[in-house]
Design a protein around this ligand. Structure first.
Ligand code: 6PG
Length: 226
């Protein structure tokens, strides 16, 4: 699969356009739009722009690609960032936000989040995001799939409590079975300081965690802010 690579100085606009297109299709075809949110800094302005949309939010189901093992009001919480940028600014039904309970025991939080995804998957083999937003770290990680960590090899569980020695912490993360079940994965990457890593990733000659994102029956797009 060859990913679509969009290099732009309008990352937010490109991201919103892709999300709106996918939402229109998903709601028309299936009555629901399942979007997975990424953490980090890059997506925040996208969520703030999304909060300004005037259309109805019914049918939009939000989930997360990963979460830090902190309470939801902690400054490092991905949920807190999304709440401040989006959920507090738009009439999104609380029941349509699938939060990873970073405040709980990591294994329990992973199991509970996987159960929540399974509860919305019907008989499908995997939960299928219509859009899954991901970021790329300067080490080539994505979600909380960091180089050399155990969750990279997970082929059964949809969610893992992943020990990340390089951060001396545990993170909760989606695994590749669910990531690669998405209808459309969109990487949102601000290229500043990541130019070299992006070149290596796009060269296809490396096996960084983000290189293993290859939706089996979906699209892959990189929106790269230049
Ligand atoms: C997280 C994210 C992580 C992030 C990258 C890029 O929890 O931090 O899931 O994978 O997307 O580290 O982060 P920036 O957007 O801040 O560069």
């Amino acid at each position: 699969m060859h990913p679509e690579i969009i290099k732009t100085d309008h990352l937010v606009r490109e991201a919103i356009a892709a999300i709106e297109r996918a939402a229109d299709t998903a709601i028309f075809e299936r009555g629901e739009f399942h979007i997975g949110l990424s953490g980090g800094r890059t997506p925040r302005p996208v969520y703030e722009a999304l909060a300004k949309r005037q259309d109805a939010w019914e049918g939009w189901v939000f989930s997360f690609g990963d979460e830090r093992c902190v309470p939801p009001d902690h400054e490092q919480s991905n949920y807190r960032m999304a709440r401040e940028a989006l959920f507090d600014r738009a009439p999104i039904p609380a029941g349509n936000i699938l939060r990873i309970r970073g405040e709980d025991d990591p294994a329990q939080a992973a199991a509970a989040y996987e159960a929540a995804l399974r509860a919305r998957s019907g008989n499908a083999p995997h939960y299928r995001h219509d859009i899954l937003l991901l970021g790329m770290g300067d080490d080539g990680h994505t979600a909380s799939l960091f180089p050399g960590t155990a969750a990279l090899g997970e082929t059964g569980a949809w969610v893992a409590a992943n020990e990340v020695p390089q951060l001396a912490t545990t993170r909760i993360t989606l695994t590749y079975p669910v990531i690669n079940a998405a209808r459309h994965v969109i990487f949102l990457v601000d290229s500043k300081g990541k130019e070299e890593m992006l070149e290596k990733v796009f060269s296809g000659t490396h096996d960084f965690p983000c290189n293993r994102v290859r939706p089996a029956q979906g699209n892959l797009t990189w929106i790269v802010g230049v």
